[in-house]
Design a protein around this ligand. Structure first.
Ligand code: CP
Length: 304
């Protein structure tokens, strides 16, 4: 794999994805073998939006490779509060680290920031745009559970603002997966994403009712309604609480249906699903460490 920056799932070929997932599987098997591999290397972390999984798993990944992180800290204690531009911030921080990981509320911000730095920059979520490393760990989870052969995936919830959905849908075109998008009318995939998927040859259908497709699915990828991205709280209230599943819902599903969620969840998946064999979302979150170790390993190896 040779990419200066990881900005979008659209830039990842099937071979790129395989190289990350294969390396992640090796690391999962024997994490001790890479414990000193990037000793002395530093990862700069810049999170302009809240995060638990992405930030902590990148931190764990870098430390488990023998490296360390330099973290910008909370935005309100950084010089962003003094009016520093994003371009200036990343130009400065690239001098402190061998690679950067950035999350920012503005769609397109990662691409813009990457144009100002020479060290590799990894997009950890840019508004409603993309979240490519989430997709890599999602694909790892699918490969370990359902596999990629003859795969049918349902993606349900906030398809408009959900960046994990936009990344995942593009990545699945590499595997000829049948994709069913389930959402309220108001939260359908954005026109631009639909266009790109058609261009990539995606096999896809859109639905408003999960029951139309539930019994055909190998994977159901549930997402949170992204309240923070709604311009109008009333619009959020109109759709909040729709598209929830519980153990009863899944009675109509295949016995080996894999239920995934990028997390955090609010009320989309009832706790009684956690006790079923369908629940893969906590393992999915744990897979963030070996997958991000693999990605960092490949990027840092390439950049030396
Ligand atoms: N899945 C995900 O991106 O979680 P965080 O927002 O906690 O990083």
């Amino acid at each position: 794999m040779r990419h200066d920056h990881i900005i979008s799932a659209k830039q990842l070929s099937r071979a790129d994805i395989a190289s990350v997932l294969d390396r992640a599987a090796e690391i999962d098997e024997d994490p001790g073998a890479v414990a000193d591999r990037h000793s002395g290397k530093l990862l700069g972390t810049l999170f302009f939006e809240p995060s638990t999984r992405t930030k902590m798993s990148f931190t764990a990944a870098m430390k488990r490779l023998g490296g360390d992180i330099v973290d910008m800290g909370p935005v309100d204690q950084s010089s962003v509060k003094k009016g520093e531009s994003l371009a200036d911030t990343v130009r400065v921080v690239e001098g402190y680290a061998d690679a950067l990981v950035m999350r920012h509320p503005l769609e397109g911000s990662a691409k813009m920031a990457s144009e100002f730095v020479d060290v590799p920059l990894i997009n950890a979520g840019d508004g409603a745009g993309q979240h490519p490393t989430q997709t890599l760990l999602d694909l790892y989870t699918i490969r370990e559970s359902a596999g990629f052969d003859d795969l049918t995936v349902g993606i349900m919830g906030d398809l408009k603002y959900g960046r994990t959905v936009h990344s995942m849908a593009h990545a699945l075109t590499n595997f000829d997966a049948q994709q069913h998008f389930v959402s309220p009318e108001s939260l359908k995939l954005p026109r631009g994403v639909r266009y790109d998927l058609h261009e990539a040859g995606a096999s896809m259908r859109e639905h408003t009712d999960l029951n139309e497709v539930l019994d055909t699915l190998d994977v159901l990828y549930v997402t949170r309604i992204q309240r923070e991205r709604f311009p109008d709280e009333n619009e959020y209230r109109e759709v909040a609480g729709q598209y929830q599943i519980d153990a009863d819902t899944l009675a109509a599903a295949k016995d080996d249906l894999v239920v995934m969620h990028p997390l955090p969840r609010v009320d989309e998946i009832a706790p009684d699903v956690d006790e079923t064999d369908h629940a893969h979302y906590f393992q999915q979150a744990h897979n963030g460490v070996p997958v991000r170790m693999a990605l960092l390993d490949l990027i840092l190896e390439d950049s030396t």
